[in-house]
Design a protein around this ligand. Sequence first.
Ligand SMILES: NC(=O)c1ccc[n+]([C@@H]2O[C@H](COP(=O)([O-])OP(=O)(O)OC[C@H]3O[C@@H](n4cnc5c(N)ncnc54)[C@H](O)[C@@H]3O)[C@@H](O)[C@H]2O)c1
Length: 429
Amino acid sequence: MEVAVVGTGYVGLTTAVSFALHGHRVTGVDVDAAKINRLKQKICPIYEPGLEEALARAIDSGALRFAASLKEGARDADVLFICVGTPEAADGSADLSYLFAAVDDIRALQADVPKQRTVVIKSTVPVGTADRVAALLAACGGIHVASNPEFLREGSALQDALSPSRIVIGADADEAFAVLKRLYEGVKAPRVFTTRADAELIKYASNAFLATKISFMNELARLCAVLGTDVQTVARGMGLDSRIGPEFLQAGLGFGGSCFPKDTIALLQLAKQHGVSLSILEKVRDLNATQPDWFIARLRDRLGTLHGKRIAVLGLAFKPNTDDIREAPSLKVLNVLLREGAAVSAYDPVASPAVARLFPQVTYASDPYAALQAADAAVLVTEWKQCVDLDWQQVKAVMNAPVLFDGRNAWPADALSKAGFVYVGVGRS
Ligand SMILES: NC(=O)c1ccc[n+]([C@@H]2O[C@H](COP(=O)([O-])OP(=O)(O)OC[C@H]3O[C@@H](n4cnc5c(N)ncnc54)[C@H](O)[C@@H]3O)[C@@H](O)[C@H]2O)c1
């Protein structure tokens, strides 16, 4: 099948590569000409494990190519996936301007080269968007519109796209279902066939529920910190119940990234527009917004003041194995530390250049030990392997004081306490 993928960011590029590896002929299209030029040279514009190698393989096999416009690269496309960004608008709703710009391009393409096509919305969009797109494209004739939300996780995006947890397909015509069934033939995953609106809500509801699990555990961690109980042990005991499950029960500095923050607010806005209050989700967001402050307040208590202290921040990306810093908790942590007059040195294996553009006053180290040099305390913000598996003797030797604040509960608490460190985790005894 001839596939075009509109938008080659985290989702679009991964989608394009994985469909190419599954044997389809794929063209990735993006308005960012510089990105397209790099992709043509097999340079991956994002850090995502395994993606650059897979990109090269797909291009070399002749299955994947890139173009700067639909008219240049997608004239023959049978299926067009829309994977453009849907960021947060000023009022919290999803900004659909990129999506409708892409729809305009598809309309122009169809006017130029009329053909039977299926337009598939993979971007995360509010309920009703695919119906609006279908109404806009109806006049062109020959186009079906489907919703096929994406559930990949940054850091394991390619693996998730190649072996998804589920494939959700929403459509209103047998032809559209048939096209997507063919496209996903051979991909082992449970399928959900439903309406476009259900598919759109499944995506938002999934992210909102995962965010709720995280905030629930973070709130519980605050109680644990007072009671002297251990949130990690509590989480393990809870997670062994198959009705609860072990994932997303880790207390920490809160969720960030390009999805949970914007998708939770967009769902709240959607519900509000329909006169419904999602009060649990409101609380989830409130708690998340204050979690880094809550943790740094404990650091302030420990040190007496942050003013004039040297603090090492380990990990800046919103989670390990990605260079994405959108809504990363590290940004909130740096803000508080700098506002209160701390001198900050930071280390991240890949995200430092992006953070340096926002916080030029921070010193960026090329390894964790350089960041820890003469530090009065260290804060683990992102649990990269490079920030977790440390030589603790060396850590102790280079720090000014052996004070460790583990914002991800990833350091070996007991061993560190025995080794003479002051260890403070998130809700750990
Ligand atoms: N990043 C994730 O982990 C993830 C996971 C699941 C779903 N999603 C959803 O997928 C969508 C895309 O997310 P992302 O993180 O890949 O975004 P991104 O910002 O990384 O990439 C979007 C790309 O679309 C391009 N673009 C914008 N307008 C265009 C147009 N008219 N034509 C062609 N290209 C255009 C941009 O230049 C950019 O390269 C969003 O709706 C997001 O919520 C993201």
